[in-house]
Design a protein around this ligand. Structure first.
Ligand SMILES: C[S@@+](CC[C@H](N)C(=O)[O-])C[C@H]1O[C@@H](n2cnc3c(N)ncnc32)[C@H](O)[C@@H]1O
Length: 449
């Protein structure tokens, strides 16, 4: 609690009620889910989004199960195919129950998950980080064996400061195995694991408390037929020792007081964020005490939105001193990555680990605030902001779909658009076919793996 700060104003926070934390400066209330602080700048908005993602996730599995039942009854598949489908259907059913149970702390309801409503709203939730993004990391962390985890531990441990009472923050901790291993190795007295994804942290917390979690793995390329769905028992070698805590939050608005940590680790995070890498580096700088260490571990395949942000290794190492750090020292190691024992698929990565020290403070750029009309249900939503175009697009789509009566052809649908002077004949035909094709494809959307 003493390390935490309000993600909005950086004020101190205090427990103000059962499962509630309040900022002593701006008065914002933040929930705790299963005892883990939920410290997003807009806690209610973000909670609603994750609940929607969860509903969508569960719905995807239910849809896939229905498609399997349809295939089984309609197509009379070969015995091996039939076995695989039955196995998958059973796995999807059990996985839905297991995930819903694990994410109970989100206090979500599955009411109103009418298919049309889901399609109209849930899919428009920003999908930057989805519930099942990095889900497989849980299996790698807690049941595939030691190889990848040990390599990561060795690669990172040598760069951590050897300091009594070291306070370590792991940003984007995911399934938390690396954070756990570093903590268990005695390299930190206090370790805080922060991640944006509640599924990963809730599963990791349960595993690290000493309660195994049963979840299915759906390998990309199963080695054997029965490995299309593998029930995994995620378990830690032993319950984590004291001094380890979890926080739900966004690394770009990390909810900790400035200078709270002796070391900050960003494992496989820098390369996947879709905001400016520099902003994250500035945030790391803010979180470290003067002289504290930043250790980065992972790939150098940046996916930033701006081309200029997709740094190569040398560019990145050159850039970091301008953000208040010493020039990083680094090493590289070819490592297996996400190689499931049940899958023919796996990666080999040239993994880079670097470390540097905070020399000066770099001014941190706060996330741009969301508009009032998004945050406050009483504030009018402004016309403009692209809504007219989106509205018109939905109306045109609704107009075309309403014409579908079981008799009209795609050509006739296109002709109506031409009659209404909405499109010329060639574009109308392409547009109608494109729309029908997309909707047809969506019916076959595969479930999250
Ligand atoms: C590639 S995974 C790496 C996970 C873990 N560090 C590992 O090495 O297995 C990236 C992780 O960053 C998390 N993440 C992505 N964006 C984030 C953000 N803005 N703040 C905090 N965590 C984030 C994801 O949920 C995911 O767990």
């Amino acid at each position: 609690m003493h390390l935490l700060a309000c993600p909005r104003c950086c004020g101190g926070v205090a427990v103000s009620g059962p499962q509630v934390i309040t900022c002593v400066a701006c008065g914002t209330h933040y929930p705790q889910l299963a005892g883990i602080p939920w410290l997003y700048r807009e806690p209610a908005l973000v909670l609603g989004e994750w609940r929607n993602r969860l509903r969508l996730y569960l719905d995807d599995f239910a849809t896939e199960e229905r498609l399997i039942e349809r295939d089984l009854s309609a197509a009379a598949p070969a015995p091996a195919t039939s076995r695989r489908l039955r196995r998958l259907a059973a796995a999807y059913r059990e996985q839905r129950v297991a995930i819903a149970q694990l994410l109970q702390p989100l206090d979500f309801s599955t009411r109103a998950t009418d298919g049309a409503m889901m399609k109209a709203f849930a899919v428009t939730v920003p999908r930057r980080q989805d519930l099942h993004s990095y889900y497989t990391n849980l299996h790698r962390d807690w049941c595939w064996g030691d190889e990848e985890n040990d390599l990561a531990l060795t690669a990172v441990a040598r760069w951590l400061p050897r300091q009594d009472g070291c306070r370590l923050l792991v940003l984007g901790a995911g399934g938390c195995r690396l954070a756990y291993d570093l903590h268990e190795a005695g390299l930190a007295a206090q370790t805080v694991a922060l991640d944006i994804n509640p599924l990963l942290l809730l599963a990791a917390r349960q595993v690290m408390d000493g309660t195994a979690v049963g979840l299915y793995e759906f390998p990309i390329a199963p080695r054997r037929p029965e490995e299309c769905a593998v029930l995994r028992n995620l378990a830690a070698p032993r319950p984590v020792r004291t001094g380890f805590s979890f926080v739900f939050g966004d690394a770009f608005d990390a909810p900790f007081a400035a200078g709270s940590f002796d070391a900050v680790l960003t494992p496989w995070l820098l390369d996947i964020v879709d905001r400016e890498v520099d902003d994250l580096v500035r945030q790391v700088n803010r979180l470290l005490r003067p002289g504290g260490s930043w250790i980065n571990h992972g790939s150098v395949t940046f996916i930033g939105r701006r081309p200029a942000d997709r740094y190569g290794l040398d560019e990145l190492l050159d850039r970091i001193p301008a953000l208040g750090f010493s020039r990083p020292e680094h090493d590289e190691l070819e490592m297996p990555y996400m190689r499931s024992p049940a899958s023919r698929h796996g990666r080999v990565e040239q993994v880079v680990t670097f470390a540097c020290q905070k020399l000066t403070s770099a001014p941190c750029v706060p996330s741009p605030p969301l508009p009032a009309w998004l945050l406050d249900p009483r504030v009018a939503v402004p016309a403009g902001a692209g809504f007219e175009t989106a509205g018109l697009a939905s109306r045109i789509q609704a107009f075309v779909l309403a014409l579908i009566d079981g008799r009209r052809t795609a050509g006739e649908l296109a002709a109506t658009l031409v009659e209404q002077q909405l499109l010329d004949p060639e574009s109308a035909m392409a547009a109608v076919r494109g729309l029908l094709h997309r909707l047809y494809d969506e019916q076959l959307r595969p479930p999250p793996s």
